[in-house]
Design a protein around this ligand. Sequence first.
Ligand code: 6PG
Length: 471
Amino acid sequence: EGYNYGMIGLGVMGRNLLYNIADNGFSVAGFDLDEEKVKQLHSDATSEMKIKGTVSLKEFVATLETPRKIILMVPAGKPVDAVINDISPLLNQGDIVIDAGNSYFKDTDRRIADMSSKGLHFMGIGVSGGEKGARTGPSIMPGGDSEAFHLIQPMLEAIAAKVDNQACTAYMGSGSAGNYVKMVHNGIEYAIMQLISEAYDLLKRGAKLNNNELYEVFRDWNSGEMNSFLIEITRDIFKQKDSLSDGDLLDKILDKAGAKGTGKWTSEQAMEIGVSIPTIDIAVTSRILSAYKEERIQASELYSEKEIASPEDKDLFIREVGDALYLATLISYAQGLALLIKASEEYNFGIPLKDVVKIWRGGCIIRSLLLEKFYTAYTANPELTNILLDKEISELVKSKVKSLRKTAAFAVSNGIPSLGLQTALGYFDAYTTKSLPVNMIQAQRDYFGAHTYQRIDREGVFHTSWQSTNQ
Ligand code: 6PG
C-alpha cells in the first residue's frame, strides 16, 4: 500500500501541515534534502501517525500511491521551479503536484501549462494561518483543475479549520485562482495590520495609554463586535515581557517593517486590472517608508517634535478610535473583495465570493466576526460588486463613519501619521460621491492633448478647441 500523500519541504509549515494530514488518518511521506529536518519529523511525530521521511526523492516518489498527490511547501519563486524540475521526470500521467506556498499566480499559470503538457496536474492552493494554523486547522484556498481538486477535497476538508462544523476550504476557481485569493487575503492582512498600528499610535500618543491600558482596550475590543485574530494577537503582544531586558518586548522592537512581496503583488495587480484599493496600497508603501529609519530621525530633528493635544474625553476618544478601526477594516475588506470580483472576470477564474468570505471566517490571519456579516450579504446577493452597496452593511457603516472622521481629523491636526485611516475614509468619500470633480481632469486632458471627453447631457465623444485667455 502506498502512502496517500507526499510533502516536499519539511520546514515548520511543511512539517505542521504533514502532521495535520496524518492526524486525520492519511498516511504521508515527507521529503527534504536536509537530513536534520527528516530526523526531526520522526522524533516529533506521535506513534499513531503513519508517516515516513526521506532525503531521497526517488524513494519518496516510489512510496506514494497513484495517482500521486504531492504537496510542495517550499519558498515561492525559484525553489518551486527547482523542485518541479527534479520531480517531474519521476512522475506518471495523472499525478498531482500541489503548491501550497505563497506563489505568484502568474508563476502558477505557467507551471500549470508546463505540467499539463506532460500529462501532470498542477494546482496552487493558498494556505493561511501561520505555523499554528497549519498544525491545527488553516483556511485553505484551493484552485485549479477541478478533477484534481476532487481527489484532494476530502483531505482538505479534514485538515481545515472548522466554523459551525463547516470546513474553511472551498474551490476558489480555475487556474491560479487559489493563489490569487491568498494574495488578496494577504493584501487585506497588510491593510488591517497598518490600521491596527495606527490605532495603537493614536491611543498611545493621543490618549497617552500605557501598554497595560492598551491591553485592556484591545481585550475589550476583542470580546465584542471587533473580535478577530489580529485584534486578539495585538492584545497579547501588549502583555509580553522582554526576556533580554526589563520592560515590555513591544517597546524594544525596531520600527522597520519587513515584507515578503504578497502585499506588493496585490497592489500591482489592482493597478494592472484597474481596481481602486488605496488602503492596501498605502499599507504596502507605509512598510517601505518605515524602512527609512535614518532619514526619519534626521527629518524629525529638522521639523522638531510635534505637540500632541490630549483628547477632551478620553473614554469617548478610545471608543471612537475603535469604531474608526472597525470601519476602516471593513473598507479594506471591501477593496480586496472588489479586486477579487474584477480579477475573476479578467482571468475567468469563476471565484465564488460567497465561499471566499465563508472560508475566511476561520483559520486564516484575517478571520474576524465581520466576515459573518459579509457572508450573510453575499449569501443574500452573490452578485454584489462592492460590500459597501449592501443595505445591512450600509447601516453599519453609517453608524461608524463619524468616528472615523473624528479620529482621522485628530490624527491630522496632531501630526500623527494615519495613512491607512485617511485612505479608508478618502476611498469611502470618493466612492459615495455622485459627481466627482474629474470633469476638470477630462477638460484639462482635452485642452492640452485632444484626449476627448464625454458629456452628461448627450451621447458621443467630444473635442473642443479650448481658448487661452492669455492677452
Ligand atoms: C498567512 C500569512 C502568511 C505569511 C505572510 C507574511 O496567511 O498565514 O499571510 O502567508 O505570514 O505572507 O507576509 P509578509 O512577510 O509579507 O508580511
